[in-house]
Each structure stands twice: as structure tokens, then as C-alpha cells.
Design a protein around this ligand. Structure first.
Ligand code: HEM
Length: 369
């Protein structure tokens, strides 16, 4: 370990520094996604799916075996629930493709125009032919389900965990929402929701403490090498920054473990005066959707989903942590690194795994104001 760098495997260096993040993930950085992403693909037509064998000593062997039949072996070994999941995706996409064909003759206004509509309608700019065939559409559906549902659910778990652990902040947010919107039906995605500063601060804060992908997004250094934090790394080195470590960088946040949404707002009260520079400093270290090539294509959809779900839930319902529940937080008996009761515990499986929080809802006593 050298300051803000750690060599986690013979050819892999992980950094914890906002400048290192900029050096590695910008559009100009001399890197590409590492082999780890190739290991994700179920077969050679499945160009999109991501997976989890990043630092396995068998990674090279696996990548070599994939075009040589190992995928068929894996397909046979796939546990029944996962096979059922793939069957579900297959059947759902088949139905959606059938609908797409059936609605061709319908007037434009009557067609179902969801994400799939636009994928089916996309054309290859050179040939004018459909950009995605049926196999591509199934692969995209799979990616969108994994990339677009677990991630949002993890973020919402974080939001409800940290809010139900802090009555003062919970009440402050509820006040903002119930005074801004008269009725829950007024809560739609748009400028009024976007102007809910405290809601946004709570979401940012919870997403920081609950990264959906805690480990590094690994990148292979290309011929010519790269300079990171002023040091040269040659071709073939694997580099990255880890969202979990970045989110707890003491030099950036001072008290990283504390849930304090006010730190995202310039000049907010509570004895924590925040300057523009303070807020800019933490923003420069916050990349929940990654950055540069390969960043999240769904970030606007994700943010609108999260804002709507959090705002509508807290407007309509009172929420509390289930009394006595031990699901989610750390505990002394969980051992080193997992003792803090105020932190939602995450396990890294490329995507963050968590148990809890367990929360209870009841109809809000006071609606609007
Ligand atoms: C809170 C919610 C979300 C978070 C935190 C998040 C985060 C991320 C991150 C960090 C990546 C980069 C992964 C990597 O390079 O290994 C990514 C990629 C991606 N995300 Fe999201 N995501 C979220 C929601 C969504 C949603 C709702 C969708 C779709 C509607 C989506 C679609 C994608 C896709 C397709 C990619 C791959 C992009 C590419 O390979 O070029 N994400 N996301």
C-alpha cells in the first residue's frame, strides 16, 4: 500500500483519490474495460451483460475457455432459479416483439412506446437495417433488468436505511415534501421535484454511503501506458478506483461515516457552514453512475425513479425501522469492518448485496399542509 494506492494483485492497482479517478476514467484515458467484463458474457452474442470474477486466479483461463465450449457447460450447471429467470426474460421479450409487430399497423398515438419500442425501431446508420435482432434484444433486456433494477433498489435501500436511522433528518425531509406538494398526485418528475434541495441531498448522501457497485470498475492500460497521480503505469496493468473506498475518503469528507445530507447544500444551517468550494470538493469525488466511456446510460431514468419513489412514499406514508430488527446495520458481533450500527452493511458481488433494512409503513397522519 502506498498512500492512496494499493496493489491488490500482482498487476492490479486500486486508487483512492479524486484525481486518480479523473486520470483513469476520462474520455482521453489510455485504458479500456478489463477482461473481467468479457467473463460476464453468457455467450459470444451476449455483448452486454456484466459479471463478477474480477480478481479470480482463473480469469484468464475462463476467458480463454469461453469461446471453446465452457458456456455450454455453464448453461447445464445453471441453478433452476436462474434458468427460470432466463426463461422469464425470454418469454417476456418474445411477447414484446410480437406486440411490436402487431402494432405496426396501428396509428402512432396508439402504439406502446416504451424502451423496447425505441430499441426495436433503432436502425443501423450505414445499412438502414434494424440495429438489434432478436438475440440482441434479449441480451439488452437482460442487461436492462440487471443494470436497471438491482441498482435502483440498492439505492432505495440506502435511502430508507439512513433516513430511518435519523429522526431529525427524516422529519426535515418529510416537512420539505409535505409542504411543497399538497397531494401525492402532485408529485411528478419535473422542476418542482427537482427543486426539492433536501430530497436531493438525502439521495446523494445515501447513494454515497451505499454504492451499488462497491469495488473498482477495472480498466486495462493500453499500449503506451498511462500516468495516474503523476506516476507511469505500463500497458497491461489493471487500474481502477473503488466506489466504496472513495465514498469513505476521510480527506474529502472529514467524517465520511456520518449521514449528514447538509454537506451537499451550500450554506445550510446546523452548525455546519458549507461553502461553494466545500460542496464542489465532495461533488468532484462522487460518481455513483461512473464517468467517461461506459458510464451509466440509465442515470436520468434512475434518478427520476428514485426521486419519485422516495418523495411519493414519504408524502403518503410514515416510515420507521422495524423495532428490534437486526437486518441491515452492522453489529459488534459481526466483527472487524462490520461493527458500526449506523452503517448499512454491503457485500461485494460486483453489485452490492445487502440484507435489509426492514422498515414499516403506515398511512401518514397529516397529509399536506
Ligand atoms: C441508482 C441506479 C443506478 C446506478 C447507481 C447505476 C450505476 C451504473 C454504473 C456505475 C455503471 C458502470 C458499470 C461498469 O462500468 O462496470 C452503469 C452502467 C450501466 N447502467 Fe446503470 N446505474 C443505475 C441505474 C440504471 C438504470 C435504471 C438503467 C437502465 C434503464 C441502467 C443502465 C445501465 C447500462 C445499460 C449500463 C452499461 C453502459 C455501458 O456498458 O456502456 N442503469 N450503471
Amino acid at each position: 500500500m502506498y498512500g492512496s494506492r494499493i496493489r491488490v494483485a500482482p498487476n492490479t492497482v486500486v486508487f483512492c483519490d479524486p484525481q486518480a479517478h479523473a486520470d483513469i476514467y476520462s474520455y482521453k484515458s489510455n485504458v479500456q474495460r478489463s477482461k473481467f467484463y468479457t467473463a460476464f458474457q453468457r455467450d459470444d452474442r451476449d455483448k452486454t451483460t456484466l459479471n463478477t470474477i474480477c480478481r479470480s486466479p482463473f480469469l484468464d483461463l475462463l476467458v480463454w475457455l469461453k469461446p471453446r465450449g465452457v458456456n455450454r457447460l455453464f448453461a447445464l450447471l445453471t441453478p433452476p432459479p436462474i434458468q427460470r429467470y432466463y426463461q422469464f426474460v425470454f418469454d417476456s421479450v418474445s411477447k414484446r416483439i410480437a406486440l411490436q409487430k402487431a402494432q405496426v399497423t396501428k396509428p402512432e398515438a396508439e402504439r406502446r412506446k416504451d424502451l423496447f419500442y425505441f430499441l426495436c425501431e433503432a436502425r443501423n446508420a450505414d445499412t438502414g437495417l434494424p440495429a438489434y435482432d432478436d438475440i440482441d434484444l434479449r441480451a439488452e433486456a437482460n442487461l436492462l433488468i440487471i443494470a436497471g433494477s438491482d441498482t435502483t433498489a440498492i439505492s432505495l435501500s440506502g435511502i430508507f436505511f439512513y433516513l430511518t436511522g435519523d429522526q431529525h433528518r427524516y422529519q426535515k425531509l418529510v416537512r420539505e415534501l409535505r409542504t411543497t406538494f399538497k397531494s401525492v398526485d402532485d408529485i411528478v418528475y419535473g422542476p418542482t421535484l427537482n427543486n426539492c434541495t433536501y430530497l436531493k441531498a438525502c439521495i446523494d448522501k445515501s447513494m454515497r454511503l451505499t454504492p451499488t457497485g462497491p469495488s473498482e470498475l477495472s480498466r486495462d492500460v493500453l499500449p503506451g501506458g498511462i500516468k495516474i497521480l503523476g506516476q507511469y503505469y505500463p500497458q497491461g496493468t489493471i487500474v481502477g478506483t473503488s466506489a466504496w473506498a472513495d465514498s469513505r475518503n476521510q480527506e474529502v469528507y472529514g467524517d465520511p461515516e456520518i449521514f449528514r445530507p447538509e454537506r451537499w447544500i451550500v450554506g445550510d444551517e446546523q452548525g455546519y457552514p458549507n461553502t461553494k468550494e466545500d460542496v464542489a470538493r465532495i461533488r468532484r469525488n462522487f460518481f455513483p453512475f461512473a464517468s467517461g466511456p461506459g458510464n451509466c446510460v440509465g442515470q436520468n431514468v434512475a434518478m427520476s425513479e428514485i426521486m419519485l419513489v422516495a418523495a411519493r412514499t414519504l408524502h403518503r406514508l410514515d416510515v420507521r425501522r422495524a423495532p428490534g430488527s437486526t437486518m441491515g446495520p452492522g453489529a459488534p458481533e459481526l466483527g472487524w469492518g462490520s461493527r458500526d450500527r449506523k452503517q448499512l452493511q454491503l457485500a461485494d458481488a460486483y453489485i452490492a448485496l445487502r440484507r435489509g433494512p426492514e422498515v414499516q409503513f403506515r398511512k401518514a397522519a397529516v397529509q399536506g399542509s
